[in-house]
Structures are given as structure tokens and as C-alpha cells.
Design a protein around this ligand. Sequence first.
Ligand SMILES: *Cc1c(COP(=O)(O)O)cnc(C)c1O
Length: 417
Amino acid sequence: MSSLSDVDPEIAELIRAEERRQADTVKLIASENYVSRAVLEATGSVLTNKYSEGYAGKRYYEGQQVIDQVETLAVDRAKSLFGVNHANVQPYSGSPANLAIYMAFLNPGDTVMGMGLPFGGHLTHGWSVSATGKWFNPVRYGVRKDTGRIDMDEVRSIALEHRPKLIFCGGTAIPRTIDFPAFAEVAREVGAILAADIAHIAGLVAGGAHPSPVGHADVISTTTHKTLRGPRGAMLMATSEEHAKALNKAVFPGLQGGPHNHTTAAIAVALREAATDDFKAYARQVVANAKALADELSSRGFDLVSGGTDNHLILIDLTSKGAAGKPAAQALDRAGLETNYNTVPFDPRKPFDPSGLRIGTPSVTSRGMGEAEMRQIGAWMDEVVTAIAKGDADEVIARVHGEVSELTGKFPAPGLS
Ligand SMILES: *Cc1c(COP(=O)(O)O)cnc(C)c1O
């Protein structure tokens, strides 16, 4: 019964180091979070030992007495939390979940419409380097240059011109509410399947802090590890039996083998947590925190794409600050403020060295931080970015890092020891 530190001291020490790093950093990466100790325990369980290809009651291996109950609990909790008739909790992650949507409803070469990656869409919505852009015929919509927002008239006219079989809404860098009813109208008009990819906002939807796509989208795809605060994994949901059957067949045997049962159990735990009043309060606070941080940054001369945020995410164009995204993100990381550099709409710079920063408030909210801390974080970001724009940031970075450590010490992160 040797422990990890006996069997593999190198990996054990690296895990401890990462735990310390996560504890000491103000994590502003919009797609990340801190799972609870309960979710971690389920993830690190013996359920990883079991093969269970198929679905509850229809498996290809014996010994499913327990696994069937685990998966059924996860499915039932997903159905009740999101108010859908069907849920599949087996996709290994968000990208394979989206691929299953193509497999369920399209043939290679069919037309898919999604938001372009540089405007905030996801690779799997038909971007050129993705299998979805190579094996299907992608057409793309973006945002308006003057508003930074999706223009539904443009979406409609592209759809009418190209008649896609599948339309994706949702994305990875969209700071504004997704208008699911408007997308549904366009999809109906051209006879397309509408897929709402709520990977980023699933926790806000579950907690009532963003409108739900249920009743508008034919299928809903989500990761479970972003605002939803579960393990790395994904789910597909549908209203109609016909769509659900097609999705189930696409996930298994279409694309995957055995489901990751330890992940399924952890998804079930996260869904139980997400059904609580505490989680609703968290979801509301994520948005309140993002608005407070956006206000602070705006008042300090940061240029926010679309002028602000409705959700957990803020996209900053650093051009007005005389800095670029990558050096800013690197300097902020040295100061203990973890972000990612990101393309902004109509970015004149290259994707590896773009003009923007993407930040979000799920992780800091999970630590219990509120609006006052957001204003402090906005002030630190301003100090660091202003210093690197001037070319001399070492002193500022060292001082801010000290102040960041004081703050993180006061707000222990869930799941960390
Ligand atoms: C994160 C994300 C995905 C992909 O999830 P992975 O688990 O990283 O494969 C898909 N779609 C959207 C909108 C996302 O934000």
C-alpha cells in the first residue's frame, strides 16, 4: 500500500509544487476553476479500474452493478439541473463531445457554421486547423467591428447564403450573453441543427446567471471543468429522443471506447454541488466580480472588447496601453496574476503574439473573493501593464507579487490542502 511519494517521489513533488503554485496565484484564466475536495476524491478513485463500454443496462462487459448506478446518477442529475430530457456524460472532453455532434448529424464535406476562432469561437466549430474545418465545409461569423458583438443579421445572411446543416453558437472568448432564441430562429429558417456550446458558461446557466439554451438549441454541448467546477470532462444534452439517440451512437461506438468512470462519478458530484443555493450564489458572484473588475479596468484606460462583460469573462485589447498580449501575460504571471494572451477581433497582430488578454473570474470567486478584491486586482494589472509598457517592470512586479501573496493567503482555494 505504497503512497505516491514512496513510489514516485519526483511526480509527488511536482504535484505538491503545482498545488503550491495554484494556492499562491490569483488565477484569472477564464476557462479554469478549483474543484472541491469531494470532486478530487471521486476523480482519484478505483472507478478508473473498470471498463464499461456501452450505456447503463446495455454494456459489453460484466461487473457493471456499481458503474451503472454511478452513470445513471450523473445522467439524472444533469437532466434535472439543466432541465433537459436526455444527457450523455461519457465524452472525454469538450472537443470529442463536439466531434460527436458532427458524427451524429453530418457527413464529411457537409457545411457547418460557427464563430471564427479569432472572434471567440472554438477550434471545433470548424476552424481551419481542426479536423472539423478539414473534413467539413466551414463557414464563419464574427462580431461587428464597432460593437464587438455578434450581429444576428450577419449570422442570418451567412446562413441563408450557405445553408449549413449544423450551426454552433457559444465560444471561448465571448464576454456577452449568447442570444439563443435568435440563433434558434436562424437555424429553423435554414433547417439546420443548432448546437449551443456552453462549455464556458455552463456553471452560469446552471446557477441562473446566464439564460439557458434549453428550448432553443437542438443539442447542448458542455465541458464540465470550467464555470461548472467539475472534473475535466464533457456532456451532451438534447430535448428530442431522436437527437439523443444519434448523439449516443456517435459517442459510443462512433468515437469512443470505454467511458472514464472515475470522471463520471466526479461529474455526478459536481452536478450535485451545482444544484445547491451556494452554487447559485457563486454563479451570481462570478458575474458581479467580472463586472467590478471590468469597471475598474475601464476606469484605468483599458480597452475592453464590447465595452464590458455580461458573464465571467473579459477580453482586453492592450493597444491603448502601449503593450502587447504576450509580454503582458508573462509579466503578470511573474507578479502572481495568471492570465492568457488572446487574439482580439480584427487583431492586426499574429495569434502567437496578439494584442489581447483574456481574463475571467470563476477561480477567484471560488476562493471567496468579492468586488473589493476585484478592484485591487484591476489596480495591480494596471501597475504591471503600465510598467512593462515603459520597459522597466522588475521592481513593480516584485512588489505586486508580494501583495498578491498576502491576498491569496487570506482566500484559501477549494480542494487544496
Ligand atoms: C473549452 C472549450 C471546448 C473544448 O474543451 P476541451 O475539454 O478543451 O476539449 C469546446 N468548446 C468551447 C466553447 C470551449 O470553451
